[in-house]
Design a protein around this ligand. Structure first.
Ligand code: DQA
Length: 148
């Protein structure tokens, strides 16, 4: 059976390409989706790639991943630093979780050092820009395979 992976993106990531290019670069979310899909193809995995600006929707999708996916890749964007609801939803997962960020939040403003996702993640890929989207998919596929 082929692997099914969820790649969920949080708020403002729909603005990539226009938003703070000096930090996030010029690639759009659709460029990142292409990179993620290329990695999924190499892994012979199926990828469900989504973005939302709404915390509750992100929580719903994490819950959905519990029985629809074999691993979750998550760039929760600003909700990484604020969302107890997201933290609790992630705690309820039994599948591997790979946290991805384009930038490295730990070398930015101090409010980005608080992180509600990392304690629930198997690993973190941060600071590699668009490459992180490829690496995230490969890491999630490897972790999912180790389990099966
Ligand atoms: C981000 C880092 C977060 O701190 C920030 O709120 C984002 C993007 C990243 O991919 O670098 O929106 O998750």
């Amino acid at each position: 059976m082929s692997l099914k992976l969820y790649f969920l993106n949080g708020p403002n990531l729909n603005l990539l390409g226009e938003r703070e290019p000096e930090i996030y670069g010029t690639a759009t979310l659709s460029d990142l989706e292409k990179l993620a899909n290329e990695a999924a193809q190499e892994e012979k995995a199926q990828l469900d790639f989504r973005q939302t600006n709404h915390e509750g929707e992100l929580v719903d999708w994490v819950q959905e991943a519990r029985d629809q996916a074999q691993a979750l890749i998550l760039n929760a964007a600003a909700y990484t630093h604020t969302s107890v609801a997201l933290h609790d939803a992630l705690k309820a997962l039994t599948i591997p979780v790979v946290e991805v960020h384009l930038s490295n939040p730990s070398n930015r403003e101090s409010f980005r050092k608080r992180n509600f996702v990392s304690p629930c993640a198997n690993g973190v890929i941060a600071g590699f820009g668009p490459l992180g989207y490829r690496l995230g998919v490969s890491a999630a596929a490897a972790l999912a395979r180790q389990r099966s």
